[in-house]
Every structure is written in C-alpha cells, then in structure tokens.
Design a protein around this ligand. Structure first.
Ligand code: NAP
Length: 398
C-alpha cells in the first residue's frame, strides 16, 4: 500500500493539474452557458412559502422584503417579536400575500422543531429555508477567560442552522425546495479577533457542502459568503474592535437582492460583494486553504500569534487506525479507498512540524482532490454523490 501511495504522490497531483489546465477553458465556457440558462429560467417565488431565521434585522430583514416584492408567503423567525412584527407589516405592504411571525431561539432544538411544525401546519408546505440567524463575538483568543461566553456563537451560528435544517428537510424534499445558508467570507479570511465566529461559519460551509453531496438534485443549497454588509452586527460598537472599518460595506438591500437572484438561479455559491472572492483566490493559491472549522480556527490564531507560536495544520486522509478499520469506511461506502500506514503518516507529521510547514496533507496526492473541488465544485460534488450516495450500498456479508 505504501508503494501505491508513493506512486500516487508523484503522479496524481501533476496529472490532475494538467487535466484541469487543459479542460478549464471549455469547462468555464460550459459553466457560463449553464449559468446563463439558469438566470433566464430562474425560479419564480410568487406564492411559495419561505422560512427566514434571524429576520428581525439586517440581512434577514431585507431578504424578507426582497421575497415580499416577488410575492412570496413568509414565515419570519427571531427572538425579538416586536421587531419581527414591524418587518412583517412592511413585507405585507411590499407585496407578500401572507406573513407569520414566530418568536424562537434557533439554538434550542425543541424550539426549531416547534416553529417548523407550526409554519408547515399553517401554510401546508415549505419551499425555501433561509438559515440566516447569527451572532458575533469579538476578542483575541488569549483574552477569552470563560468558554461559556463563546458557546452561544457555535450554538446559534452552527447548531441553529443544523437544527432548523434537520426539521425542514422532509418538507423541502416534498417541494423539491431550497436551502440558503448565510455563512461569511470570514470563514476563509481568518480575520483576527473572530476565531470562534470564523470557525462557526467554516463549519457551516463544510456541513452544507456535505449535505449537497447527500441530497444530490433533490434539495438545492446556495451557500452565501457575505463580506461587510450594513447591519446591526457591523454597525455596533462591538464590531469596531475588529478594526475592519476601512473595508467598504455593502448596503443590506443590495446584498439581499443578490442573495435572492442567486438562490432563484440555483447557484451553489454566492460571494457578496463578488470582489471579495479575490481574497479567497489569494488565500487558496498562497497558501493552500480549506474551510473546515478547526482549520479556520487555527488559521485565525496564526494571524493573531504572528511569529510567536508556529502552527502546522495537518489534513490526514484515510490512515490505518481504529477509526478506519471499524465499520466507518464501509458505512461511508469508501472501503475501496487506499489507506496509508499509521507509521508513514506519523513520520510525515513530525517532519512537517519540524520544518515549520504551515500545512501538511497526508498522503500528499489527496491535494489533487482539493484542487478539483476548488476549481470545479459542480463536478466534484456530482462525483461524490454518485460514488458515495447513489451507488447501491455494499454490505459486509456480500
Ligand atoms: N453584516 C455582515 O457584514 C455580515 C457578513 C458576513 C456574514 N453575516 C451573517 O449574516 C447573518 C445576519 O447578520 P446581520 O449582519 O444581518 O446582523 P444582525 O442585524 O445582527 O442580524 C442577526 C439576526 O439574527 C437573529 N438571531 C441572533 N441570535 C438568534 C437566535 N438565537 N435565535 C433566533 N434568531 C437569532 C437576530 O434576531 P434576534 O436578536 O431578534 O433574535 C437578528 O435578526 C449572520 O449569520 C451573520 O453572521 C453578516
């Protein structure tokens, strides 16, 4: 097996990059034609039922107005009921035929179940779920003294979306509906003082990318990464501590319109404003980036610590261990995957840490997957869905 890994380490990455280079232009052209077709035949939301969490202010509020202008029926969820009622009144005036408000805390699983049931009982269906509710905590990692202060960030930003989605999925499957996820460019920019916020948003991206490979074509998922948008979050005193007030902010209205256009066109990703994507590409090419929570968290710490503490982020793939020798690989239908020896992986980790590397992917040929996913996410996710979800499940007895 080690020989196979050595061979793949040498040939797979150059072959993948060459193929990507050769096919990138025709692929981008096809992608452009496809996006043109989708924007011409975009979804009409008049009469459809839209659930928006965190609709009492900011982006959620303006997304509600944008859906209202297009004639959608709305269910607005947040904790401040008086603000929700004001948003509902304005949404009705803008053209929504029916608006309900539900006071709920998305970080409580039973409240999520309750509001999804209530909304589906009232409207009889659900077409879009907009996971928008979120909070921010601004402080350098070393200044945190109580972890209980931070738990709410993960509870609301990550778990709030997970709970709402879990309750909504059966109804979205019936309507062949959509999920909109409001993540953040902070997930890949690693802005200092936002370590837990960045990690929560990176976790969201990774989680919903995985759901996309599980759902296939049944439920569309648009992952939105806004940059700096006018809202209570960015206008408050708290945010001024991030020292990012030199970044130009976008209007909430402009951001909400872009979110709706993108969702109705069935886009996989939206970065708003789109020039912020430049940051993603710089980060991806120098150095290699990923978006998982732990990685985003330690990337943020690296920007906070500077040269004082070195951090090597290791991405091992399928390594021989109790985890991979159990039922795990067959459960995820990946038992055909070549595993690397634990010894080889441990040696590579030590070499890399002693060299002061910022990243290590082990075995290194797995980087080929990273590049395919980054440059052609449509192809990558389709392949994963076909290989690991649609394929008939192999049983151990077979
Ligand atoms: N503004 C930006 O520049 C920016 C950039 C990137 C990403 N984002 C993301 O965009 C989303 C909206 O933020 P925003 O900028 O519009 O800020 P905002 O005006 O503060 O809105 C946050 C919304 O989330 C709701 N919320 C917070 N905790 C909740 C809970 N436990 N249960 C239910 N609702 C809850 C708030 O309502 P209640 O307080 O009434 O519950 C409010 O409606 C967030 O996920 C944020 O991370 C914003």
């Amino acid at each position: 097996m080690d020989l196979l890994h050595k061979f793949l380490n040498i040939v797979l990455l150059p072959i993948t990059l060459t193929v990507l280079l050769l096919f990138m232009l025709p692929f981008l052209f096809l992608k452009f034609l496809w996006s043109l077709k989708r924007s011409i035949y975009r979804e009409y939301v008049a009469g459809k039922v839209i659930l928006i969490t965190g609709a009492s202010s900011g982006i959620g509020e303006y997304v509600a107005y944008e859906y209202a202008k297009r004639g959608a029926r709305l269910a607005l969820v947040a904790r401040r009921e008086d603000c929700l009622r004001a948003v509902a009144d304005r949404a009705r005036k803008l053209g929504s035929p029916d608006v309900v408000v539900v006071r709920a805390d998305v970080s409580k699983v039973e409240e999520c179940k309750q509001f999804v049931d209530e909304i589906v009982n009232y409207f009889g269906r659900l077409d879009h779920l907009v996971n928008n509710a979120g909070v921010v905590q601004v402080r350098l990692f070393e200044e945190f003294t109580q972890f209980s202060d931070i738990a709410s960030v993960m509870d609301i930003n990550f778990w709030g979306s997970v709970y709402s989605t879990h309750c909504a999925v059966p109804h979205l499957r019936k309507s062949k509906g959509k999920i909109v996820v409001i993540a953040s460019t902070a997930a890949w920019l690693g802005t200092p003082r936002l370590s837990f916020y960045n990690a929560s948003k990176a976790a969201l991206i990774s989680f919903f990318e995985t759901l996309r490979t599980e759902f296939g074509q049944d439920i569309g998922i648009t992952i939105v990464t806004p940059g700096m948008v006018e809202s209570e979050m960015t206008q408050g005193e708290l945010f001024s501590e991030v020292e990012a007030n030199w970044i130009p902010t976008e209007t909430t209205e402009g951001c909400a319109k872009a979110i709706l256009d993108s969702t109705c066109s069935g886009d996989m990703y939206l970065t708003e404003p789109s020039w912020m994507k430049a940051g993603f590409w710089v980060k991806t090419f120098c150095p290699e980036a990923s978006k998982a929570a732990l990685i985003s968290f330690f990337e943020t710490l690296r920007t906070e610590f500077g040269q004082d503490i070195g951090i090597t982020i290791v991405n091992p793939r399928v390594i021989e261990s109790e985890m991979t020798q159990g039922d795990y690989l067959s459960e995820i239908q990946a038992d055909w995957f070549p595993t690397e020896t634990t010894e080889g992986c441990a040696k590579a980790i030590l070499d890399s840490a002693c060299n002061g590397d910022t990243y290590l992917t082990e075995p290194s040929w797995m980087k080929a997957g990273f590049w395919v996913k980054t440059l052609c996410p449509e192809v990558f996710e389709r392949c994963l869905h076909s290989l690991l979800v649609s394929r008939p499940r192999s049983s151990k007895k077979d």
